[in-house]
Design a protein around this ligand. Structure first.
Ligand code: WT7
Length: 647
């Protein structure tokens, strides 16, 4: 049942009493008391959480903070994989399901912690037999199969640094990441199932590897049985190598600050940033947030629908849940295969208790119709989660009612690739939920909203979201580019982490995230840089200049609108439009294909030649330009573009 807050008439959903009764954080008083203590002494809070993990050697210092470079649990030695796998496989959880997997065609597999341990050991031996050692970078380009997690964990086990590339990215994107990371090996598969067909993965790897030329080994999983070309100089089959490898492997201990992975994400330039995460601190953050925010219980069946190619898959499919000894469901394919009932059928069949998905998916389900969830027994669910973008109240309310049956709290979790773990979220047994707000900071997280001058905003005043104290799962740097790291996150306000999101805090202390303040788009929960899309467009022979902006979209949250000026000799046509869309898909990946392409004889620019994206944004959002245009070099451009958009 919802109550209504007097101040702004937002409906309030207090945590259900039976949920609170057994929750780790059972009340707002308890949250506040523990939050205040954690902010008074964050190191004590984080050290207590880290202390629940298995350390080979204790740390000598909780935090060494040389702004903006943090070292957490310095001196400590840890093996992340041992924490996620061996710790459970060698104890009472040995026969508990770790991963219950369903392929898109309906094939199923369950790996207990004992079986996961065996698979990971075998594959760690495979990696070592192929000359991979600690510190080597390994690209993983795989479908959503248990082996994707096995590959990540095996890398962690031997200290190799994985960089997972989402299976929807193009071969050029793989190549860029091979080069930037200096990778020596790739782990991939023949293909994966998506919407009833096999999506080949190996050809994109082959193309990238040939261009790069510095790969020692490509390990190929046979998933779909589609034909692949194997290069005898570099390529080996996973199943052959694993069958020949021993099923035991003893994990070495690594420094707490040993790099765990690099994950590339979009920023405000054309070049994605290699976000680097390290071992002890990252595991502490994902472990603790999973435990409290999802309030995980031994009997839970947890399902996060993200792909392991994104940070959500790293933190809340692989490292956080496994560190907690959870049982989780993993699914290979599309949410609408064979129809929009797939997720609900899986929740019913596997008795899922905690379900974590994205607002864009929820909006697609709303559109598909209520009869899909209505046809399934979803009574096993006790907690729902949302991530990736602000959840609009309509989607929140539908999710609560049609999926949660009106009885499940919804944790709206705000965080980023860079933060490694959830930073702002309700505690499901304590925090009253209000649709549209991620509510309160997690323990130890000192979040604030500042105005441009760096002063804290008044309640309900829009400003910039910052984090004022370091936390263990924070990114340590941008790989190979510490200067960009400093400039991007630490230079707006001295000593504070700038998230790049606009937000406000209401009079009750709830954080409302508004969206990105930089040139980053959020399309279906995926992060895309406008500059990346622009540089993909100008790499086409017909394009002289391009500008990309986001416009609101009912399903995707944001859609990509681009303005393209053609080179002399090329003419506007539907065919060229199609070609440009496909070109962007080829350069970056299908998720980046522009939704609207406007051919523009000229773009609005300042006298110094900078494209005024603000004007384009206003045009695609409202059809008008009302903002300040005094710095515009040629006013006639606007009228021309207005006409173009109207058509
Ligand atoms: C950006 C980070 C965090 C994993 C998935 C995306 C937006 C994320 C929320 C939320 C409002 C959100 C922000 C953030 N975002 N979660 N619950 N409410 N906005 O990770 O690709 O690094 O993107 O996603 O704008 O900065 P990412």
């Amino acid at each position: 049942m919802s109550q209504t807050s007097s101040a702004e008439s937002h409906p309030i959903y207090p945590p259900p009493a039976d949920f609170s009764a057994r929750a780790r954080v059972p009340s707002m008083d308890d949250y506040q008391r523990r939050y205040d203590a954690s902010i008074a002494d964050p190191e004590a809070f984080w050290a207590a959480e880290a202390g629940e993990l298995l350390w080979r050697e204790p740390w000598t210092r909780v935090l060494d903070w040389q702004m903006p470079f943090a070292r957490w649990f310095d001196g400590g030695k840890i093996n992340v994989c041992e924490n996620c796998v061996d710790r459970h496989a060698n104890g009472p959880l040995r026969d508990k399901a770790a991963i219950i997997w369903e392929g898109e065609p309906g094939d199923q597999r369950t790996l207990t912690y004992g079986q996961l341990h065996e698979e990971v050991c075998r594959f760690a031996n495979v990696l070592e037999r192929n000359d991979l050692t600690a510190g080597d970078r390994v690209i993983i380009y795989m479908p959503m199969v248990p082996e994707a997690a096995v590959a990540m964990l095996a890398c962690a086990r031997i200290g190799a640094v994985h960089s997972v590339v989402f299976g929807g990215f193009s071969s050029e994107s793989i190549f860029d990441r091979l080069e930037d990371s200096g990778a020596v090996a790739v782990i991939t598969a023949d293909g994966g199932w998506r919407r009833g067909s096999v999506v080949p993965l190996k050809p994109a790897v082959d193309e990238a590897v040939a261009k790069y030329g510095k790969i020692k080994r490509v390990i190929v999983l046979r998933r779909c049985g589609n034909e692949v070309a194997m290069n005898p100089a570099t390529d080996v089959w996973w199943h052959e190598a694993a069958a020949a490898a021993p099923a035991t492997h003893s994990p070495a201990a690594f420094d707490s600050e040993h790099p765990l992975f690099i994950l590339y994400t979009s920023g405000s330039t054309g070049k994605p940033k290699g976000i680097l995460h390290t071992s002890g601190g990252y595991l502490t953050g994902t472990y603790a947030t999973c435990k409290y925010v999802f309030d995980m219980r031994p009997e839970d069946v947890y399902w996060c629908t993200a792909d392991v190619g994104w940070i959500t898959g790293h933190s809340y499919i692989v490292y956080g849940p496994l560190a907690n000894g959870a049982t989780q469901l993993m699914y290979e394919g599309a949410p609408n295969h064979p129809d929009f009932g797939r997720f609900w059928s899986m929740i019913e069949r596997y008795r899922v208790t905690i379900f974590y998905t994205a607002p864009t998916a929820i909006r697609a389900f709303i559109k598909a119709g209520n009869h899909f969830p209505a046809g399934h027994d979803l009574s096993s669910l006790r907690l729902l989660g949302s991530v990736g973008e602000p959840i609009n109240p309509e989607a929140w309310t539908w999710y609560h009612q049609h999926i949660g049956g009106g009885r499940c709290p919804i944790v709206d979790t705000w965080w980023q690739t860079e933060t490694g773990a959830i930073l702002i979220s309700p505690m499901p047994g304590a925090t009253p939920c209000i649709p549209g707000t991620a509510t309160r900071p997690f323990f130890g997280i000192d979040a604030a909203i500042l105005d441009d001058a760096g002063n804290e905003c008044a309640p309900n005043q829009d400003g910039r979201l910052v984090i004022r104290k370091p936390w263990p799962s924070m990114t340590r740097t941008i790989y190979n580019d510490p200067e960009r790291f400093k400039k991007t996150y630490w230079s707006d306000f001295p000593g504070l982490y700038t998230a790049g999101d606009g937000a406000r805090r209401d009079e009750h202390g709830n954080f409302w995230i508004i969206g990105r303040l930089d040139d980053v788009l959020n399309v279906s929960g995926h992060r895309l840089g406008t500059a990346e899309i622009e540089s993909a467009l100008v790499s086409h022979p017909a394009v002289a200049e391009a500008a990309a902006v986001g416009r609101p979209d009912d399903l995707k949250g944001q859609a990509v609108a681009v303005f393209v000026t053609l080179k002399a000799g090329f003419t506007e046509s539907e065919e060229l439009r199609r070609e440009l869309r496909n070109h962007v898909g080829h350069v970056i990946g299908a998720i980046a294909k522009p939704d609207d392409i406007h051919f523009a004889p000229g773009l609005p620019k300042t006298r110094s030649g900078k494209i005024m994206r603000r004007i384009l944004k206003e045009l695609v959002c409202t059809g008008q330009v009302t903002g300040n245009i005094t710095t515009l070099e040629d006013y006639s451009v606007i009228a021309t573009l207005q006409q173009k958009i109207a058509h």
